[in-house]
Design a protein around this ligand. Structure first.
Ligand SMILES: [Zn+2]
Length: 379
């Protein structure tokens, strides 16, 4: 049995010595902890709140049909974003859910309850399931994961609806403080990587490009001009970057205010019925690597979990590491065979993309054309 206590780990969080790009200082504290401190240790909440209110006032002052777009999964973080945006900050949001085909019963109930209680406009966007399923099949077979398709689906609805209704602000619940920050070596949902996988399976360029849209923040200067994107017109914020984000307290508030429900307060991603399959695949891919340790480490840094509690939970996860009860349901729903999920340790997104080809190479001519735009943007 793999024993987590035998491995060298950061003295403060629980990241192990084989975590990508990790290094330890003379006190045994890792670089991920030190970087976290730089952003969050002396965080000025008062100043952040003022900044937030200014962003909201600006969005409201544009007097569009909607002040902001909120991607909504029915999970903890996006539910809290929606609650605060509507009730506390009096924004008029368009709420949009990407139907990834795997929405849990809890998520669906939470979504329907929340939009009713808060009285907001909501769109549940379902993409052609046959097409979606084939894309899931492709990433599972080739690189042993399926979350990248969902991530690109969420990006798809963000772009489509922000453009359709000319919405000036996008508010999400992702957090660089409490969410796991998995390095590229562990996981990627980059459009370039997904495109490479789908091309291998003979998807047409149209099929690919109709769904895998460039992420707004990846657009280069010329594409931004082509798409007529003005700097102040697509403001994108993560609400947890502006305020305390205590997972326990947030869930208590949601239960009270939105009749929100969860199967387990300790679980992340209660919105996806196959979240455990994702974790299982990843742990099979990288033996001895426990996916949850990055998340626990964030919670330790933020004071929401002690290092001892995290180690105990980690050992429990390892000991019960076995095939998820709903693995067969997953295989059947995606019309896969059990052979398709064999040899997971040989499958990885890294077989389709490497760090160096994530960024577009810019020619000299391109740089020269883009320079004036960049100068204006940086003013
Ligand atoms: Zn650390």
């Amino acid at each position: 049995m793999y024993n987590i206590y035998e491995q060298k780990r950061c003295a403060r969080c629980i990241l192990p010595s084989d975590f990508p790009n990790i290094s330890f200082d003379e006190n045994g504290v890792c670089n991920y902890c030190r970087n976290w401190d730089k952003s969050w240790k002396n965080f000025d909440y008062l100043k952040a709140e003022q900044k937030l209110i200014k962003i909201f006032e600006e969005a409201k002052s544009k007097k569009r049909q909607y002040d902001c777009l909120i991607p909504f999964s029915g999970g903890r973080d996006s539910s809290y974003v929606l609650l605060l945006a509507k009730k506390k900050y009096k924004l008029n949001p368009l709420v949009v859910t990407f139907n990834n085909g795997f929405l849990s019963e809890f998520a669906l109930k939470n979504i329907l309850n929340s939009v009713k209680i808060l009285g907001v406009d909501h769109i549940l966007h379902s993409y052609n399931w046959d097409h979606l399923k084939r894309m899931y099949q492709s990433t599972v077979k080739n690189s042993g994961e399926f979350c990248s398709i969902c991530a690109n689906g969420i990006n798809y609805v963000k772009i489509v609806y922000q453009k359709k209704y000319d919405i000036p602000l996008l508010i999400s619940g992702g957090s660089s403080r409490v969410d796991e920050q998995s390095p590229f070596e562990i996981i990627s949902s980059h459009p370039k990587y997904v495109k490479n996988v789908l091309r291998k399976d003979a998807f047409s360029e149209d099929e690919i490009n109709n769904f895998i849209l460039p992420r707004r923040y990846d657009l280069n200067a010329i594409d931004q001009i082509k798409n007529k994107i003005k700097k102040d017109d697509y403001v994108r914020i993560s609400l947890p970057d502006f305020m305390p984000w205590n997972l326990d307290k947030i869930q208590d508030i949601l239960m009270k205010e939105l009749n929100w429900k969860t199967p387990n307060k300790k679980d992340d991603h209660i919105d996806c019925k196959y979240a455990n399959v994702k974790t299982y695949f990843k742990n099979q891919q990288i033996p001895g690597f426990v996916f949850k340790q990055a998340k626990y480490s964030q919670l330790i840094r933020d004071g929401q979990l002690t290092r001892e509690e995290a180690l105990v939970q980690l050992q429990v996860l390892i000991e019960k590491e076995q095939e998820p009860a709903n693995l067969n349901e997953f295989i059947e729903e995606l019309e896969l065979s059990s052979d398709d999920i064999k040899n997971l340790d040989k499958k990885s997104h890294l077989n389709f993309i490497n760090k160096n080809n994530l960024k577009d190479k810019e020619s000299f001519l391109y740089k020269a054309i883009a320079m004036p735009y960049r100068l204006v943007k940086s003013l």
